[in-house]
Design a protein around this ligand. Structure first.
Ligand code: ZN
Ligand code: ZN
Length: 327
């Protein structure tokens, strides 16, 4: 499933200097200042508040131009008119739509996406766009509480949730390697696991510091609703691996298990990140995927060293070679 738009360079978006282009630039700026899902009429009203001379037709034309340029995305909430949301550097997402107040709330789910991909691929279908909309009543309308929280850009929530997921995965990796080091009966095996546990701890500290920096920009960020619902393949992967370790594995088997965990994690995050437009959340996933690949390389070298020492040149060499090719 891809929702990729051509990502425009905002500096190049300024059209050649006619008077009309000046108006267009003004309309684009007003649009980008407002989070959420605006109808064309909402935008006309916002524009007219600042400059009453701009015509409705000019706003409509500017919206159409923004859509073609990948700045605005058209969404249909079944109201008989379209709304427009930011597209540039805005992660793709699904919507919850309140039938009482008309507000909409954005979210993303790796599981819904995985299901859509599974269905499309089973039917040999190439998906260009997937729309998931859930209609109902929002919490404020249901409970009568009307604290009007100002909308937060989804990009920020995406970054927060991407960091939370990367942190949770690093934690389970740390747990896995600490346990592997504790049960290892082989000096070299233990040294590898200790090294990886150290690296996981360092990565974890870096990610946590980054999370704190993000939260420092918005004291309420932590309590804002979840944007990214994530139960992807990489989640809890190391936790399952750690359970296998508890049942007792020799060092080679433990290394193979670690290779499998890191490889799955690396591939999952790289592939997942690849689906997004350029956002902080995407960068977090890519950096995380690269760290997982580095771990994978350390593990494969260790596995080779261990196999070479024990089994000489036997068939055992085939396994790590294949591992590398697949990495
Ligand atoms: Zn509502
Ligand atoms: Zn939206």
């Amino acid at each position: 499933m891809t929702h990729t738009h051509p990502t425009p360079d905002l500096d190049q978006l300024k059209p050649a200097g006619t008077r009309r282009s000046g108006k267009r630039e003004f309309i684009v700026n007003v649009f980008l200042r407002h989070e959420g899902h605006l109808s064309a009429d909402d935008l006309v009203e916002l524009i007219r508040r600042e400059d009453s001379r701009i015509s409705r037709a000019t706003v409509y034309r500017a919206l159409q131009w923004m859509e073609e340029a990948g700045i605005a995305r058209k969404v249909d909430f079944g109201e008989g008119r379209f709304r427009f949301e930011h597209s540039y550097r805005h992660p793709r997402h699904f919507h919850l739509i309140c039938k009482s107040c008309g507000r909409s709330f954005e979210f993303l789910s790796s599981d819904i996406e995985a299901s859509i991909e599974e269905v499309a691929s089973a039917r040999a279908f190439t998906a260009h766009q997937s729309v998931v909309q859930i209609y109902g009543a929002c919490e404020a309308c249901r409970t009568g509480r009307t604290e009007a929280a100002e909308p937060v850009p989804s990009e920020v929530l995406f970054a927060r949730d991407a960091l939370r997921i990367a942190i949770a995965t690093e934690r389970s990796g740390l747990e896995f390697y600490s346990r592997a080091a504790a049960v290892s009966r082989n000096r070299r095996g233990r040294a590898v696991f200790e090294r990886l546990a150290r690296e996981e701890r360092e990565h974890l500290e870096k990610l946590e510091a980054r999370y704190q920096r993000l939260v420092a920009q918005d004291p309420q960020l932590e309590s804002r609703p979840t944007f990214l619902f994530f139960k992807g393949a990489a989640n809890g992967l190391f936790a399952a691996g750690a359970e296998d370790l508890a049942r007792g594995l020799d060092d080679r088997k433990a290394l193979m298990l670690a290779v499998r965990c890191e490889r799955t994690s690396h591939r999952f995050f790289r592939r997942y990140a690849g689906q997004f437009e350029d956002t902080e959340g995407r960068r977090i996933f890519f950096e995380f995927a690269n760290e997982e690949r580095e771990h994978l390389e350390v593990l494969i070298r260790a596995y080779r060293a261990l196999s070479g020492r024990r089994g000489r040149a036997r068939a055992s060499r085939r396994a790590p070679t294949r591992s590398r090719a697949q990495a």
